[in-house]
Design a protein around this ligand. Structure first.
Ligand code: FES
Length: 133
């Protein structure tokens, strides 16, 4: 028997694979990481030297410290716990002043753009380049 009742889909299931507002542009200050939650995903935002925003998972792949508690160093971010340095592509590039180990997992990278004084982050699968904001 069919009814007229259709259960609502969970919000996350509907909104995954879209651009989401992560912050207002003025909230993302130079040299200062900003931890945000985008569709329940922990994300750290920061600006590179040229001002372009970067979005990585806010969880260090080493021991899961919050990268948002770290510091920005040029175009990179440094974990506050053991000082591992990650580039905007999420790769470990330095361990306490030495080159990074290629065997270590990278930090997850999110597509990010800045438009209309907002920072937009892509969460989920799909092609963010073909999706409108
Ligand atoms: S937890 Fe980030 S470097 Fe160890």
């Amino acid at each position: 028997m069919q009814t007229d009742f259709e259960p609502a889909l969970p919000t996350a299931a509907v909104a995954i694979g879209q651009w989401h507002i992560a912050a207002q542009s003025h909230q993302l200050e130079p040299h200062k990481p900003l931890g945000v939650s985008v569709m329940s995903e922990p994300v750290v935002l920061y600006r590179k030297k040229d001002g372009a925003p970067v979005a990585l998972e806010d969880r260090c792949p080493h021991r899961w410290a919050l990268l948002s508690g770290g510091r920005v160093d040029g175009d990179n971010i440094v974990c506050p716990y053991h000082g591992f340095k990650f580039c905007p592509r999420g790769h470990l590039i330095e361990i306490s002043g030495k080159s990074g180990s290629p065997s270590m997992d990278s930090a997850r990278v999110y597509a990010v753009i800045e438009r209309d004084s907002l920072i937009w982050v892509w969460v989920g699968d799909g092609d963010p380049t073909s999706a409108a904001i």
